[in-house]
Design a protein around this ligand. Structure first.
Ligand code: GTP
Length: 329
């Protein structure tokens, strides 16, 4: 969007330059502006789906590089003529460039890199024309650093807000695990990529009784304790989330049913070992029922989730605190 706006503004400035620039320079500036507009248009058309951080960095780099090169060439062309009103306008260009970063939610290192890239271009351009570090160059450098710091602060604030919003949209606030929406998205991603996987559905047993006997805060503590068990017993590549009230789902990529049963059994055993202390210092224990299934490459999410839910139901019917899978029925 920004590149498209830049392309349009670059072209719109041509009639103004036509009246203000020395006639001999006009063909060069016409060619320069058309080339810059074409590059910016190409950049605006270059979109990538899904979002790719590495490519986003390259696009931001190119977005800084195109106007910086434009500034360098325009300044060199104008340096052969006595300063006119228009060339004074070009002096503001690096200041404008350094503030552009403020539009993006950049990290500290990305922001500093962008500021230094523009500073470097400014220094190279002006030392080619005026020689190194005149008082005017130092003055502009100081202004650029000031604006760059403000841009950095804005970039970091934006990033902070975005990350907070992202967390709120994707995480369960009590446990910090992924929410149901992310779990479904992840399942769909694995299915689209035809990844072999196993799915585990956990349901804490008689959880209502825990709430009724010890209070909701104690119930919340149990949910957190179970989250810790899942995080320690499952592997780094596994996707864990809170599926509903006291239900949790885990997606285990590249895992067979047999391997998933072993991991589920570790979780079940660990629940026996953990004691949760309530605010009234009572020690309470809990158990979990688990449904385990493996994805059959041709089935839909609904089929997969219904099957694992059926297995969980059977586990409850069998008296709870057990695992049910196709091979264990
Ligand atoms: N403390 C607390 N309780 C919750 C939360 N979300 C859901 N619950 C409670 O979880 C309980 C679920 O109860 P049920 O669906 O009857 O299931 P259960 O008592 O675990 O019985 P079984 O699943 O058959 O073993 C309800 O009492 C909900 O109020 C939560 O975030 N915190």
């Amino acid at each position: 969007m920004l590149a498209l706006m830049g392309a349009i503004l670059t072209l719109l400035w041509i009639p103004i330059e036509y009246y203000l620039l020395p006639e001999a320079l006009m063909p060069y500036f016409l060619l320069l502006r058309c080339s810059v507009a074409a590059c910016l248009l190409a950049l605006s058309a270059w979109t990538t789906q899904p979002y790719h951080l590495g490519l986003a960095h390259i696009r931001l780099g190119v977005l800084i590089l195109i106007p910086s090169l434009f500034y360098l060439i325009a300044s060199l062309l104008l340096s052969h003529y006595p300063p006119v009103g228009l060339s004074r306008g070009y002096e503001y260009f690096p200041l404008l460039l350094i503030t552009i970063g403020a539009i993006f939610p950049l990290t500290l290192s990305e922001g500093i890199l962008a500021v230094f890239a523009v500073l470097l271009f400014y220094l190279v351009t002006n030392s080619l024309i005026h020689g190194l570090l005149t008082i005017e160059i130092l003055n502009t450098l100081w202004l650029m650093l000031l604006l760059g710091s403000i841009a950095l602060w804005t970039e970091l604030s934006q990033l902070h807000i975005l990350l907070r919003l992202y967390r709120q949209a994707t995480r369960d606030p009590l446990t910090g695990l992924f929410n149901r929406r992310v779990l479904i998205e992840q399942l769909q991603n694995f299915m689209n990529n035809k990844h072999r996987m196993a799915v585990l559905l956990f349901d804490l047993d008689r959880f209502k009784r825990i709430n009724d006997s010890y209070g909701h805060l104690a119930g919340d503590e149990v949910l957190r304790a179970f989250t810790k068990i899942l995080e320690t017993q499952l592997r780094e590549q596994d996707v864990i989330g809170r599926y509903g009230g006291e239900e949790f789902l885990a997606i285990l990529p590249h895992t067979t049913e047999q391997e998933a049963i072993i991991l589920a059994e570790n979780v079940r055993q660990q629940c026996h070992a953990v004691k949760v202390e309530t605010i009234l210092h009572a020690q309470l224990q809990f158990t979990v029922s688990i449904g385990v299934t493996e994805w059959d490459c041709n089935e839909s999410i609904e089929f997969l989730l219904n099957r694992v839910d059926d297995f969980l139901y059977v586990a409850k019917e069998r008296g709870r605190d057990c695992i049910v899978a196709k091979s264990l029925r």
